[in-house]
Unconditional design. Structure first.
Length: 269
């Protein structure tokens, strides 16, 4: 067990270091932060933003018109994390496309496949590395969110903020895990990104397919939707069934990746 853990840590450190010396990784982070900033400003100050809507409601209230109550911090966090989830749809396939495809292209995947390292250790280490890099991208956004909700009265419960970001990280880990498996199947990073994007689209909109089928089968298929369970988290609801679903996707991606590398190991024997 100790040897396996040491191998996972070694792969994890190697993978994480590769991101912090990669110009592509910095470019991805820059684009992510720029678009996130645009979403932040638009949600708060845009024509259909939260603050103009609150100002309009206050004006109606002063005029004696009955107005609905709005939980501004909650609506902001929910809307912002929803946008972040859609942004990750485009960012994550780019992050995952080179996890194994680059190894194939450089010829180092064969070395990994025939090394004493277990396939599971390699897959887990690589996934932990890319997820950690993603967390470093998401963490600065907490500063902007804290500033936006810091002046709320009454103060917003931090549980909603934490649960929402947990859902964002779990969604990302599930997509990255599946993208890692697809990356292990080809030496083309572009093809890996396109295939991952297509798979994520299918998993995000599987609930629409389920509605068209209907009945018990449709209800069963609807539970596979990433979008449905992600929305549960960003509403501040810690749902164990959603947690199990994301964990299942993560495990499935690691398992399929390990089997893919094991097949390559068998071919090289």
């Amino acid at each position: 067990m100790g040897i396996v853990l040491a191998n996972i840590i070694a792969i994890y450190r190697r993978e994480l270091q590769s991101y912090f010396v990669s110009p592509l990784a910095y470019a991805i982070a820059g684009v992510f932060w720029f678009i996130s900033g645009l979403f932040f400003v638009t949600i708060l100050f845009g024509p259909d933003g939260i603050l103009p809507a609150v100002a309009a409601i206050d004006l109606q209230g002063q005029q004696g018109v009955p107005v609905p109550l709005i939980d501004v911090p909650y609506e902001f966090i929910r809307a912002f994390l929803d946008r972040m989830g859609w942004l990750l749809l485009f960012i994550l396939p780019i992050l995952s496309m080179g996890l194994y495809a680059e190894e194939r292209k450089r010829g180092t995947l064969e070395l990994l496949a025939t090394s004493p390292l277990t396939n599971w250790a390699v897959a887990v280490g690589k996934l932990l590395g890319v997820v950690t890099f993603l967390i470093t991208m998401v963490a600065p956004l907490l500063i902007f969110e804290a500033i936006a909700i810091g002046a709320s009265n009454p103060p917003m419960s931090p549980v909603i903020l934490l649960v929402g970001h947990l859902g964002l990280i779990l969604l990302a880990a599930a997509i990255l895990s599946l993208g890692m498996f697809i990356s292990s199947l080809t030496d083309s990073t572009i093809l890996a990104a396109v295939m991952t994007f297509a798979l994520v689209l299918l998993l995000l909109f599987v609930d629409l397919i389920a509605k068209s089928i209907g009945g018990p089968v449709g209800e069963a298929i609807a539970h596979l939707s990433l979008l449905k369970h992600f929305n549960t988290f960003i509403q501040g609801i810690f749902d164990t069934s959603a947690l199990i679903l994301f964990a299942s996707y993560i495990f499935l991606g690691i398992f399929l990746t390990a089997q893919s590398i094991d097949a390559l190991r068998f071919q090289r024997q």
